[in-house]
Design a protein around this ligand. Structure first.
Ligand code: NI
Length: 411
């Protein structure tokens, strides 16, 4: 297909040009001033901007079921008293519909892929496939007295069944060093080495975690493994350089970290030191929106709180796009021939995109996810002009409603 007439931002560091984009076989084929080929489907996107899609590098998608249940509690009350007891009651159908609602929200906000840590992985994967969205899916792994209740085996089983599928990438999801023993983390790392699966873990989110374990022990367990660490709020200036590793990605979740009172990660220092920082929303029970665009602006503003020269427009854009793609192991994040066709089309005929000369700045500092006109994943539209071409929205909303009623025991 040919996307004609739009302005194009090829990557975080490039300028904005008037270009056409040719898509084929799930990839970006060509950019330039292009004429349609015989039989080619043409989309007129005049008055729009095409840019690389956003990626949500840390979430628990099905937590849309718990959105708004605990807005004003401390982190430990939120987690241990409110969230965990409800999660005990979840089943596959609830997780499917909770995830589907998350994916509709994310697709309508320009997100092409997400990293998930949850349960009922087949249902998460089915939701992502039904929507046509990319997903790196992991099971939340915890152990108690050396027993994990078969969770790791379940995660590995899922990985065996789904590895090699087009949009789904399985991974392993140790929840956190305070819910996993060091021996268990070693077992998980061994499994990751044997299978080549990526790993994601919550690390140094709350201040009290520093008293429970040393991050160096955890990083050394996962040495050489593709690792996404969510939060990384509590690292000191001196410790940050230890996060500079080829295979290590930080997923920065500014809204969740503020809302749960955990603080602000030193992400501009991380970026200066060469740490690869992507963006996440965390689950809808702690954010409460799954809006990477919003996280991008908030991330920039939080770093500017103390020094306005920090976290410029290009760094913010790169975190939200290319770094997220890299964290997910996807050859995306840039509009270049040979890269995957994961794109966002933005309606820029709005007052807050004036003057057009500074469009790139507007994307970070005055635009919003409400301006998303379309989202493409792997060369296919998953959201276009208010519609979701792959899903029956009414059926999903009905299923979601039923799931909420069952989860809260109202039916
Ligand atoms: Ni999380």
């Amino acid at each position: 297909m040919l996307l004609k007439g739009a302005f194009v931002l090829k990557s975080a560091e490039s300028g904005i040009e008037r270009l056409d984009v040719r898509i084929g076989g799930g990839l970006i084929k060509d950019t330039g001033i292009l004429e349609p080929l015989e039989g080619e489907e043409v989309f007129d996107l005049s008055g729009k901007l095409i840019m690389p899609a956003f990626y949500n590098a840390h979430t628990h998608a099905a937590m849309t079921l718990m959105r708004g249940i605990s807005d004003d509690d401390p982190f430990d009350v939120w987690l241990f008293k409110k969230v965990l007891p409800l999660e005990e009651r979840l089943d596959g159908e609830m997780v499917y519909y909770g995830t589907m609602v998350a994916l509709m929200e994310m697709a309508s906000k320009g997100v092409a892929g997400f990293v998930d840590m949850y349960f009922f992985l087949d249902d998460v994967a089915k939701a992502a496939e039904d929507m046509g969205m990319r997903a790196l899916i992991t099971r939340g792994l915890v152990d108690e007295n050396g027993e994990d209740g078969g969770r790791l085996e379940e995660n590995l089983d899922f990985a065996r069944r789904w590895k090699g599928s087009e949009l789904i990438e399985p991974g392993l999801g140790p929840h956190a060093p305070y819910t996993c023993s060091l021996d268990y983390l070693k077992r998980i790392a061994e499994a990751a080495r044997d299978t080549g699966l990526p790993v994601t873990i919550h690390l140094y989110e709350a201040a009290w975690e520093r008293e429970r374990y040393d991050f160096r022990d955890i990083l050394s367990v996962f040495e050489g493994i593709h690792l996404i660490i969510a939060h990384a709020v509590q690292f000191t200036e001196e410790e940050i350089k230890e996060l500079t590793r080829e295979e290590l990605y930080v997923a920065h979740n500014p809204s969740s970290n503020l809302k749960l009172g955990n603080g602000v990660a030193k992400v501009s220092r991380m970026i200066e030191k060469g740490v690869k920082v992507s963006l996440g929303t965390d689950g809808a029970a702690s954010n409460n929106s799954l809006d990477v665009w919003h996280e991008m602006r908030l991330a920039a503003l939080l770093q500017k709180m103390e020094d306005p020269t920090k976290l410029g427009v290009e760094d913010a854009l790169r975190m939200a796009t290319e770094m997220g793609a890299e964290a997910m192991g996807i050859n995306g994040g840039r509009i270049e021939p040979g890269r995957v066709a994961d794109l966002v089309v933005v309606d820029i005929k709005k007052f807050h995109y004036m003057p057009p000369e500074n469009l790139k700045s507007h994307i970070v500092h005055s635009g919003s996810s409400g301006d998303v006109f379309a989202t493409m994943v792997n060369g296919k539209w998953i959201y276009f002009d208010g519609e979701f071409p792959n899903v029956d929205v009414d059926e999903i909303l009905e299923g979601f409603k039923r799931s909420v009623e069952r989860l809260y025991n109202r039916s």
